[in-house]
Design a protein around this ligand. Structure first.
Ligand code: PEP
Ligand code: MG
Length: 587
């Protein structure tokens, strides 16, 4: 490239996943296509390199053991044999001794040697006349990639410069957390939807992000200067001086708007005709609560307990869970915390360790908990023990019908009986609620409302299941519509049914934190909103600017419309009239 000519500005459009604008250098993170570079290492580093490899092998074996036991349980011994064979490869001392010797002798980096030696092994298998042997080449490939990934995992953070924008094909929730611990500026990814858990975490961690950019990784090199506009879903590569100035001005404007929101923090979320709305926050980690309290939140409407699993490869024991839940309950006190039992599976933590063709339709949430009492019961014990101050509620995810609720309640009663027996205190009046996020549960909202103490609408999943649109798939992201007429009517049905049975109903899906939805949801009668804490003051501002009478009128007109475009346009006009300074994404 000619250094005299500034590279041309490239504007890429994706999906706004976490708000905010940032500028800075890119760090290209390509963990899925590990690039194996040949590097020489100094004599004094040989031992460290070998240890690194040994750790990676041990870690890979641990991962495979866990997959093996899950696979045996769910797929039967036969299919699980694949993983047994993979573990045997890791224990093949002839192979690994050859690798260790080569690292010592040739002083090359471990992933280069691992790649070379295992590829040789694969070539021998491929030339075999035995078809079975040839088919096993893929399993060996998996083992190779797993070991290399584990070696590189350790190396990623040592290469990552703080204050960079991570550009990647896709990020997992674990990656999002990993980088956030190193002061990442922003995220830009080829794939992903804005309710993927990586996106949710980015929002919770206040890291501006754009996902679903399709080809950002092919336009960017490490070190390139970028703008990430997480409000509008735009990434600009090599921004011109003019663009940079404009961005700086926009950042200043947003900062000034944020400052005006500060005055709202201590005010209640009450409409102008006096209806108090329970405005709470969604969190994943205890560390977030100080920020949540500072934002003027009335407690936690969704604590995704999967946060306790982050960065670990086994379920934490009851005691460790109890410590975390107790910290959350204490920090939120006197406000209440809705703690959701593990919602593992789908795109979440540990999902990668148990392969399913359709994980979102698979072994996820309450299904896994009910099948695995040895996971569910310690969690319930820990949650109950954390409830002594009376401010904890338990919520069940991914419920599709009454049977699951009744069974879960039986487990909860069993746990309570055990605690009583051992004189361990807990809140005897603890409330149990259910997420309404599967269409069957939405249809049964009335029956479910009679079975539990509260309902919480999980629009992130409800929309994907109702409209049959994968929440993580950018190819169909335009079909993932919060304001689809069927979504509005389903929410209306759930709220009506809950009210008919005097069961409180809230919403903790991302829609609750979308300013464009606030008037509508108020008008439909929603009593509690749980939102990502960054947007809480904005939502409060809208609530305080409208009357329920007005909101009801808006909701009933929106409900009568039959197109998403019309509904959005109608809500946009109304919001602009009621709260003109609320920034909305450009259409
Ligand atoms: C939801 O589905 O709306 C929800 C809040 O749960 P999660 O995003 O954790 O699946
Ligand atoms: Mg959900």
């Amino acid at each position: 490239m000619n250094s005299m000519n500034a590279p041309e500005e490239i504007v890429l459009h994706g999906i706004a996943a976490a708000p905010g604008i940032v500028m800075g250098p890119a760090y290209l993170f390509e963990k899925h296509i590990p690039r194996i570079e040949e590097k020489s290492i100094a004599a004094e580093d040989v031992e460290r390199e070998i240890n690194r490899l040994k750790n990676a092998v041990a870690r890979s074996e641990k991962e495979l053991q866990k997959i093996l036991s899950l696979a045996e349980q769910k797929m039967g011994d036969n299919k699980a044999k694949v993983f047994e064979a993979q573990i045997m490869i890791l224990n093949d001392m002839i192979l690994f001794n050859a690798i260790y010797h080569r690292i010592e002798r040739e002083r090359k980096n471990s992933e280069f040697v691992v790649h070379g030696e295992i590829t040789k092994y694969q070539q021998v298998m491929l030339s075999s006349s035995d078809e079975y042997m040839r088919e096993r080449v893929h399993d060996v490939e998996d083992v190779k990639n797993r070991v290399i990934r584990n070696i590189q995992h350790e190396k990623i953070l040592s290469r990552f410069d703080d204050h960079s924008i991570v550009v990647a094909p896709i990020l997992t929730p674990a990656d999002t957390i990993l980088f956030s611990r190193n002061e990442v500026l922003g995220y830009a990814t080829d794939s992903g939807g804005n309710t993927s858990h990586a996106a949710l975490f980015a929002r919770a961690l206040k890291i501006p992000s754009v996902v679903g950019l399709k080809n950002v990784t092919s336009c960017v090199h490490t070190g390139d200067y970028l703008v990430v506009d997480g409000y509008n879903g735009v990434v600009i590569v090599h921004p011109s001086e003019k663009t940079k100035t404009e961005c700086r001005e926009r950042i200043e404007r947003f900062d000034a708007f944020e400052a005006t929101l500060n005055t709202l923090r201590s005010l209640p979320a009450t409409t102008i005709d006096g209806k108090h709305i329970m405005l709470t926050s969604n969190i994943e980690f205890p560390e977030e609560i100080d920020y949540v309290n500072a934002q003027g939140s009335e407690g936690i409407g969704l604590y995704r307990t999967e946060g306790v699993l982050m960065g670990r490869d086994s379920f934490p024991p009851e005691e460790e869970q109890y410590e975390q839940y107790k910290t959350v309950a204490d920090k939120a006190f006197p406000h209440s915390v809705i703690m959701r039992t593990f919602d593992i599976g789908g795109d979440k933590v540990m999902a990668q360790e148990h392969f399913e063709e359709n994980p979102f339709l698979g072994w996820r949430g309450i299904r896994l908990s009910l099948d695995r009492p040895e996971i569910f019961l310690p969690q319930i014990h820990a949650l109950l023990r954390a409830s002594v101050r009376g401010n904890v509620r338990i919520m069940l995810p991914m419920v599709s019908g009454l049977k699951e609720i009744r069974l879960a309640k039986k487990f909860i009663e069993e746990a309570k009986a055990k605690l009583r027996q051992n004189n361990v205190p807990f809140d005897e009046a603890i409330k149990i609620g259910v997420m309404i996020e599967v269409p069957s549960a939405a249809l049964l909202a009335g029956e479910i409302a009679q079975e539990v103490d509260f309902l919480s609408i999980g629009t992130n999943d409800l929309i994907q299941y109702l409209l049959a649109v994968d929440r993580d798939n950018e190819v169909v992201s335009s079909l993932y519509q919060e304001f689809h007429p069927a979504v509005l009517r389903t929410i209306d049905h759930i709220i009506r049914e809950a009210k008919r049975h005097h069961t409180p109903v809230g919403m903790c899906g991302e829609m609750a934190g979308d300013p464009l939805a606030t008037l509508l949801l108020l008008g439909l009668g929603l009593d509690a909103f749980s939102v990502v804490p960054t947007v809480l003051p904005e939502i409060k501002k809208i609530i305080r600017a409208v009357s329920i009478v007005e909101a009801k009128e808006i909701a009933s007109r929106a409900l009568a419309m039959d197109s998403e475009e019309d509904i959005k346009e109608f809500l946009r006009i109304n919001l602009a009239a009621i709260a003109p300074d609320i920034p909305l994404p450009e259409e």
